[in-house]
Design a protein around this ligand. Structure first.
Ligand code: FAD
Length: 417
């Protein structure tokens, strides 16, 4: 290994985690070369607005960069954009690029995120080549979808998760005819209680979205001559005509590079609390990792911006010999219509749901309780409840259902000074 290579840190993936890592590495004291390699042609950008403000037309692509080029220049981060990393050779401590180059590293970080889970139906590959059939992960996806949004057009959204519902909200507000097809009995079933699902289904229906739950997509009707999908075919025999289709049915973590290099992978690249993989010179951060969380007491893989950023910072610190365990309470957000939903914690295994405030007022919170402690909270237009819930969960503070439900007293009164 050359002198330069022996002080080179390479980051694969220029998304939320990769971009944060690159500058954090420098701030934490890395004095060697830092190379950020991403296969998208853009500098790292904010992904959440893709299904929110960007689709609504209120944010432009240029405004979505996480940091300007100047910030990377200042940190002396070299960025290789539009370049795919094809393999990692751990014995040579190098990565191979699609353009044939080989680059050596002293420390490597894998921040490859994930890709949309493809629809598994007979005509899926024919549809993938159609102009009006879309997944939603990248700015390029967002651009294509936005260009096809027009009043009166029929949009079919496959998947009633956050991304699908955000796309539906943006579309109906632009005068489109929107149908959401969800396979499970209710929207947001994997992430929220039935009360929240019912609330969101009602809000969408009031806005004019047709929500159909418990319905599986059986196939797509493809007009090969015109290169378009003309309808979505459901297993109950119904045909839903479409001018465009957006599929949002989950994510597959990009772990193949790590697995092929012999790193341990199990629903994500396995890392420790310092974001280190089973190879001490290779770290990983973001959606592609499966990490332990000491606060929760188990391993998990998260798909959220706060996770990507905080894990990236933990990796940057650890690479510089400064061990700061990553152990945050997970949190997420979703914007639909005028509703700002912020969620904190994970509700699996909860025993009791407590509502604070009235859903009818569009300002309320739902707390998921177990053994007198809050596991998670969903807060709708209630930033103050979110802040308090984050502490109740993070500090494992005891509370009663009555205290949480009593909307006449601020939640902060339940917190130690
Ligand atoms: P990414 O941001 O996906 O970055 C990974 C990058 O690595 C990509 O650019 C990818 O192309 C690149 N890459 C992969 N393989 C290679 C390779 N071999 N060579 C080179 N480059 C490679 N989270 C929230 O917290 N709140 C939200 O409201 C929210 N809304 C979202 C809305 C949408 C539409 C989407 C798609 C996601 C949303 N998320 C939200 C999730 C959030 O964006 C992700 O959790 C976050 O982007 C994860 O960051 P990451 O760096 O791990 O992955």
């Amino acid at each position: 290994m050359s002198d330069a290579a022996s002080s080179t840190a390479i980051i694969i993936g220029a998304g939320h985690a990769g971009g944060e890592l690159a500058t954090s590495l420098r701030n934490e004291g890395w004095s060697g070369r830092i190379l950020l390699i991403g296969d998208e042609v853009h500098l790292p950008y904010h992904r959440p607005p893709l299904s929110k403000a960007y689709l609504a037309g209120t944010t432009a692509a240029g405004a979505m960069l996480i940091k300007p080029q100047a910030a990377y220049d200042r940190a002396e981060v070299e960025i290789l954009s539009g370049v795919h990393v094809t393999s990692i050779d751990r014995s040579r401590r190098s990565v191979q690029l699609a353009d044939g180059r080989e680059l050596e590293y002293a420390k490597l970080v894998i921040a490859t995120g994930g890709r949309p889970r493809p629809l598994d139906v007979p005509q899926a590959s024919a549809a993938a080549g159609c102009d009006n059939f879309h997944y939603m992960r990248t700015l390029d996806h967002g651009e294509r979808i936005r260009a096809q949004f027009a009043a009166g057009r029929k949009l079919v959204v496959v998947g009633g998760g956050y991304i699908g519902l955000e796309v539906a909200a943006a579309a109906i507000q632009q005068g489109m005819q929107v149908t959401v097809l969800e396979a499970l009995p209710r929207v947001l079933q994997r992430v929220t209680a039935a009360e929240l699902s019912a609330y969101y289904e009602r809000k969408h229906r009031e806005a004019g979205v047709e929500i159909r739950t418990g319905v599986q997509v059986a196939d797509l009707e493809v007009d090969a001559a015109n290169n378009t999908v003309t309808a979505v075919l459901c297993n109950d025999g119904t045909r839903v005509p479409a001018d465009l289709v957006v599929v949002g049915i989950g994510l597959i973590p990009n772990t193949e590079l790590a697995a092929a290099a012999g790193l341990e992978v199990d629903n994500g690249i396995l890392v420790n609390e310092y974001a280190q993989t089973s190879d001490p010179d290779i770290y990983a951060a973001g959606d592609c990792t499966n990490h332990p969380n000491a606060l929760l007491g188990y391993r998990l893989r998260l798909e959220s911006v706060p996770n990507a950023l905080e894990q990236a910072r933990a990796a940057a610190a650890a690479i510089n010999g400064n061990l700061k365990a990553y152990a945050s309470v997970p949190w997420f957000w979703s914007d639909q219509y005028e509703l700002k939903l912020k969620m904190v914690g994970l509700s699996q295994g909860y025993e009791q749901l407590v509502l604070r405030g009235e859903p009818q007022s569009d300002s309320f919170s739902a707390f998921y309780l177990k053994d007198g402690k809050v596991l998670a909270a969903d807060t709708v237009n209630r930033p103050q409840d979110f802040v308090a819930a984050k502490r109740l969960i993070g500090e494992s503070l005891p509370v009663t259902a009555e205290q949480l439900a009593d909307d006449s007293k601020p939640l902060k009164e339940l917190l130690p000074a």
